[in-house]
Design a protein around this ligand. Structure first.
Ligand SMILES: Cc1ncc(COP(=O)(O)O)c(C=O)c1O
Length: 444
C-alpha cells in the first residue's frame, strides 16, 4: 500500500507548496475551501489534494494518504472508478444536458430506483441531498396543506432553512429549535419542530400537540451526521404508525445510507417503508446526482401540468454524466455485492479498533454500521440519542486524527463525523490503519 512519503510519515505542517496554495485560497475563498466543514481539515495542518485513485488521496505536493473521508461518503466504489468514469465519459461525448423532454438515462435510472427501493414508486432527479430534502418537504406540504415539519436532534438534512435546525445544538440548547446558521428565515425555524431521536414517547407528545399541523416527519433512519445512532425497532415502528394514523408523510433521508449501506436503502433492512425517500451521495459514486422518490400520488403533484401544483425545477436536474454514473454505480453495487464486502470489512475495522482501545486502556467506543465507523473517545455504551454523543472528548479525537494523518491515514478531524470505507479498501489498508492506530493510541 502506498501512503505517506518515502519515510512512510507525512509532515503536513512543513509543506511550503501546500501552505502557499491554502494561503492563496484563504484570500479568495471564505475559509479557504468550499465549505466550512471542508476547511476543518486544516485542524491537522494545511491540506490541498489534487488527485485521487481507488482508496488513495494525493496532495499537491505528492503525499499520499489512504482516504477514509471519501468526500463525506459518496465514494463507495473507490476514487476514479473505471466503470463509472467510463460511463460518465460516454455520456459527456453525447452532450451533458438537453434540458427538454425525456432522456433514456433518466428512465433507466428511475426504473432501477423503483425496482430496488421499497418506498419508491416514482422519482425526480436533482443534484444534491439538500435539493432532494427541499423537494420532499415541498411535496409533503402541498399534499397535507400543513407547514410544520418534525425533525430529530443530530440529524442533518442539508443547508436550507427548512431543516438546518438542531443538528449540533450545544448542550445548553438541546430540546430547543437551534438554528445552525445566521441568516435563516425565522418563519422556517419556527415551523421546524425538534424531538430527540429514538424516543417514541417524545414523538407521541409532539403528535398529541401538533399532529394536525404537521406536513412531514423527516429523519436519517441512522443518524450518521453524529457518527452512528442505530434506531430502536420500536421507535421506527411507532414512527410509522403515528405518521400513518395522522396522514403525515414520513420522509427517510437516505442521503448517506442509500446505496452505501444497501441498494435498497436501510428502509429495506429495517422493514419500515416511508412515504418519501431522499438519496444522493453514494448513488453516483461522487458525481452530483440525487433523487427524491416515493409514493406515486405525492410525486405526481410535480407533474408540470395544470392539474399538478408543485414546482420541482432545476436546470441541471437529470444531467447526463450524473445519471450515467448512477446507473453504473447501482449496477456495480448490486452485481458485485458491494454491501456484503463492505459489511465484512467494516466489522473488521470496528473489531480491530475496539481491541486497540481496550489494549491501550483508553476510554472510548467504536460505533458504526456496515461501511461506516466512528471512534468516540471519553464515552461508552451504545449511543441512542444526540445527547449520548455530546460528552465525547473532542481534543483527544483531534489528536488521534493528527497522529493518523502523520501516518498516512486521512479522515476529517471533526469528532462527530465518521470514517467511510469503499470497495477499493482491502486487507492491506486494514492492516496499515490498525498498525497506525496502535502507534497513535500509544502516544495519546
Ligand atoms: C443525511 C444527509 N442529508 C442531506 C445532506 C445534504 O446533501 P448535500 O450536501 O448533497 O446537499 C447530507 C450531506 O451531508 C446528509 O448527510
Amino acid at each position: 500500500m502506498l501512503t505517506g512519503n518515502d519515510s512512510g510519515m507525512t509532515d503536513p505542517n512543513d509543506d511550503a507548496a501546500m501552505s502557499e496554495l491554502v494561503d492563496r485560497a484563504r484570500e479568495l475563498i471564505p475559509g479557504g475551501a468550499q465549505t466550512g466543514l471542508r476547511a476543518q481539515a486544516y485542524e491537522t495542518g494545511d491540506v490541498a489534494f489534487d488527485s485521487a485513485s481507488e482508496a488513495t488521496l494525493t496532495t499537491v505536493s505528492g503525499e499520499r494518504y489512504t482516504d477514509y473521508h471519501l468526500g463525506f461518503g459518496p465514494i463507495v466504489l473507490g476514487h476514479a472508478h473505471d466503470g463509472v468514469d467510463k460511463a460518465a465519459r460516454a455520456a459527456i461525448d453525447d452532450g451533458v444536458l438537453y434540458g427538454a423532454g425525456t432522456t433514456t438515462l433518466e428512465v433507466e435510472v428511475a426504473e432501477r430506483l423503483v425496482n430496488l427501493v421499497p418506498s419508491i414508486e416514482m422519482v425526480n432527479f436533482c443534484n444534491s441531498g439538500s435539493e432532494a430534502t427541499y423537494h420532499a418537504i415541498r411535496l409533503a406540504r402541498a399534499a397535507t396543506g400543513n407547514e410544520k415539519v418534525l425533525k430529530f436532534e443530530g440529524c442533518y438534512h442539508g443547508w436550507h432553512d427548512y431543516v438546518d435546525v438542531s443538528v449540533y445544538p450545544p448542550a445548553d440548547r438541546v430540546g430547543e429549535r437551534y438554528p445552525e446558521s445566521d441568516g435563516m428565515l425565522s418563519a422556517a425555524v419556527e415551523n421546524t419542530l425538534v424531538a430527540p431521536f429514538n424516543d417514541p414517547d417524545a414523538l407521541e407528545d409532539v403528535f398529541r400537540e401538533h399532529g394536525d399541523e404537521l406536513a412531514a416527519v423527516i429523519l436519517e433512519p441512522i443518524p450518521h451526521s453524529v457518527g452512528c445512532l442505530l434506531p430502536e425497532p420500536e421507535f421506527l415502528e411507532r414512527l410509522r404508525e403515528v405518521t400513518e394514523s395522522h396522514d403525515v408523510p414520513l420522509v427517510f433521508d437516505e442521503v448517506i445510507s442509500g446505496f452505501r449501506h444497501s441498494p435498497r436503502g436501510v428502509q429495506y433492512e429495517f422493514g419500515v417503508t416511508p412515504d418519501l425517500t431522499c438519496v444522493a451521495k453514494a448513488l453516483g459514486n461522487g458525481y452530483p446526482v440525487a433523487a427524491v422518490g416515493g409514493r406515486a400520488d405525492l410525486l405526481a403533484q410535480a407533474g408540470g401540468d395544470n392539474e399538478s401544483g408543485v414546482v420541482i425545477s432545476g436546470t441541471y436536474s437529470g444531467s447526463l454524466p450524473g445519471l450515467a454514473a448512477a446507473r453504473e454505480t447501482i449496477d456495480t453495487i448490486v452485481e458485485e455485492d458491494v454491501q456484503g464486502y463492505l459489511t465484512n470489512l467494516g466489522d473488521r475495522y470496528r473489531d480491530g479498533l475496539t481491541d486497540l482501545l481496550e489494549d491501550h486502556a483508553i476510554d472510548g467506543r467504536v460505533v458504526g454500521h456496515r461501511s461506516i465507523f466512528s471512534v468516540q473517545f471519553g464515552v461508552d455504551g451504545e449511543p441512542r440519542t444526540y445527547e449520548d454523543v455530546l460528552g465525547l472528548d473532542e481534543e483527544r479525537f483531534r489528536a488521534f486524527a493528527a497522529g493518523m494523518r502523520e501516518r498516512g491515514q486521512f479522515f476529517t478531524p471533526n469528532p462527530y463525523k465518521r470514517h467511510h470505507l469503499s470497495f477499493a479498501h482491502d486487507e492491506s489498508h486494514l492492516e496499515s490503519y490498525l498498525d497506525a492506530a496502535d502507534a497513535v493510541l500509544d502516544e495519546l
